[in-house]
Ligand binder design. Structure first.
Ligand SMILES: Cc1cc2nc3c(=O)[nH]c(=O)nc-3n(C[C@H](O)[C@H](O)[C@H](O)COP(=O)(O)OP(=O)(O)OC[C@H]3O[C@@H](n4cnc5c(N)ncnc54)[C@H](O)[C@@H]3O)c2cc1C
Length: 483
């Protein structure tokens, strides 16, 4: 351990990107950090792997670059040169048996102009959108399910064929239950101010257009891309962050589940992991909601009960490698699948077409992946590997005409992959945070709170770390020092 890490000792529970980002921030601020990860590897839902010798992401694969956090962290740990814009971002929707280009000019599937969705929606569906302008404003209150609200304003078809598949990609959830306030906050705020949903969408679009090309794109020549990948995989980010933590004097242990937290005195903690008991001045709990609930139960029972109630969706990713010479021409980066059409897969990403680094790693192969499983579809995820591969190939053949046999397949199951944000989620999170704030030195962070995307997770990690740093500075103005 570095000799100059003499600041307060902070233990971080959880070695996903949230825990790593928190530990990184704390270590750089001069705190002595120990990160305990329950499993044998770091990264949580970020996982780099390979198929037929080709490097691929087997978990999260792209970073929203409109927000600064993920791109900034990648740069801070030396991956700036490896950030890569997608080679193509044009996607389709597999709707009523046809691959239809994804309409332009929408906010999470909600169009600002009914004409934009012609070709994807039926004529009746397109006409129904226009009724938005003729209805009195819809009462939104403190929160509303995005599907219910959009269906009320513009009809069910736009929800079923656009909003639902897009949200399904992010949350693996049900648009008719997902909180608009939590999932699409800009649209929620605009919808509260404007009399129609169309006007709200346009306001969000105008605000977006007014934002200069994002700093990430501007600074790297990445063209202001909304999303960025990492050469070698977003799954290489955790190891790079871990290296930076160790270089700053932090310690990282795997196969070290935190099993209990005990208070010692007015501000101190003991962190129990098997036979190990670590004394800590502060603790960041960066696990999913279930384990966080177990750790908090003795100290903040109401918050623990709230966390225990956070539901998670499980999903499976089926990664398939084909001989490139066997492939038909496929358009764009992939396609989304509206659940109303009753297919097994909910999306497919043509990785070799979307990411240059995947093609460069295996020029003779064509790698793509499908995803299966939404919230409430656990059975799908637990089907045999061969079954999931066969179902994926069947849907791919129907959607794209692809009949080639893959040369390699990999099924990655993400049980408890994505927390669900139902109506009222943010109020729940506020109650949990309030209860946890009463526990000195304890902070929570992760995908269950302020957003499931990697940048949002990092933001919650930084918030937790910064609060601890601020408290320790107040307690001992000489403690901690920036590097
Ligand atoms: C298949 C899939 C694809 C995704 N794609 C994208 C994408 O392309 N872009 C994007 O931005 N987001 C994506 N997401 C979402 C994003 O990857 C996750 O929300 C995010 O990585 C969660 O990070 P986390 O650290 O909060 O949680 P996790 O990754 O779940 O990490 C939590 C860690 O805590 C550990 N842990 C649990 N209990 C304990 C304990 N008691 N003690 C110690 N450790 C414990 C776990 O083992 C785990 O390693 C995707 C998610 C999934 C599932």
């Amino acid at each position: 351990m570095n000799a100059d890490t003499t600041g307060p000792h902070v233990v971080v529970a959880g070695g996903g990107i949230t825990g790593l980002a928190a530990a990184h921030r704390l270590a750089l601020a001069g705190h002595r950090v120990t990160l305990l990860e329950a499993g044998p590897r770091l990264g949580g839902k970020l996982l780099a792997g390979e198929i037929a010798g080709a490097p691929v992401d087997l978990g999260a694969e792209s970073l929203l670059a409109r927000r600064p956090e993920a791109v900034a962290l990648a740069r801070a740990v030396g991956l700036g040169d490896r950030l890569q814009a997608p080679a193509t971002t044009t996607a389709s929707v597999w709707s009523r048996g046809e691959l239809v280009p994804m309409p332009k000019g929408h906010v999470m599937g909600v169009p600002g102009d009914a004409h934009a969705v012609e070709g994807l929606l039926s004529e009746e569906g397109v006409r129904r959108i226009a009724l938005d302008g003729e209805q009195p404003p819809t009462e939104i209150g403190e929160d509303i399910a995005i599907g219910a609200y959009v269906a009320d304003r513009m009809g069910h078809e736009v929800v079923d064929r656009l909003v639902e598949p897009l949200l399904g990609g992010v949350y693996a959830g049900d648009a008719y239950r997902i909180s608009m306030r939590a999932a699409v906050p800009a649209l929620f705020e605009a919808a509260r101010k404007h009399p129609t949903l169309t006007a709200a969408v346009r306001a969000v679009q105008q605000a977006g257009a007014a934002v200069p090309a994002d700093a990430a794109g501007a600074a790297t020549g990445l063209g202001g891309s909304v999303f960025l990948g990492v050469d070698g995989g977003v799954g290489t980010l955790p190891a790079a962050v871990a290296d930076a933590i160790r270089a700053a004097g932090g310690e990282i242990l795997t196969d070290a589940p935190v099993t209990a937290l005990r208070r010692t005195g007015p501000t101190g903690w003991q962190v129990v992991s098997g036979d190990r008991v670590l004394a800590a001045d502060a603790v960041v709990v960066a696990t999913p909601a279930g384990p966080a609930a177990a750790l908090l139960a003795a100290h903040a029972p109401a918050a623990a009960a709230e966390l225990d109630a956070v539901a998670y969706a499980s999903m499976a990713l089926v990664t398939l490698a084909f001989r490139r010479s066997d492939m038909p021409a496929l358009a764009g980066s992939g396609f989304l699948v509206p659940p109303v059409d009753g297919h097994t897969i909910k999306a497919s990403t043509f990785s070799s077409q979307k990411w240059r680094w995947v093609t460069d790693g295996a020029p003779d192969l064509f790698v793509l992946r499908t995803s299966v499983g939404r919230h409430g579809e656990e059975d799908q995820v637990h089907r045999e590997d061969a079954d999931l591969v066969a179902a994926s190939l069947k849907d791919l053949a129907a959607a794209t005409g692809l009949t080639a046999r893959p040369v390699a397949t990999t099924v990655t199951r993400w049980l408890g992959g994505l927390p669900q944000y139902p109506v009222g989620h943010l109020a729940r999170v506020a109650r949990v945070r309030e209860a946890v704030a009463a526990l000195p030195g304890l902070r929570i962070a992760g995908a269950a709170y302020d957003g499931v995307g990697v940048p949002a997770c990092i933001a919650s990690a930084h918030r937790a770390a910064d609060e601890i740093i601020a408290t320790s500075k107040r307690a001992d103005p000489g403690a901690g020092h920036s590097r």
